[in-house]
Design a protein. Sequence first.
Length: 98
Amino acid sequence: MSTNSIKLFATISVREVLRYSPSGIPILKFSVEHSSEQTEEKSQRRVMLNLDCVAFGEKAVELDRFIVGQQLSLFGFLMNKGARSKWPIFNVQGFDKN
């Protein structure tokens, strides 16, 4: 079994303009920031993360109404940014507004 599932509470830090693929699918690219305290080996650790994200279809259209500074719980999976890239991008499949 293989699992690639991410749930992240984050703040939108950068947001591009909603665009459409040649076949008409809405695409929204944005970045988020996350900050939290995590337990590692029985001690607290401060965690900070910046992550590029992408959403497609109806989720892209729904996310397009949110502004920089908006906090959301996002869920989806990680994938490479492109065929030749080794950098991850968070493919957002859903969200909850907080």
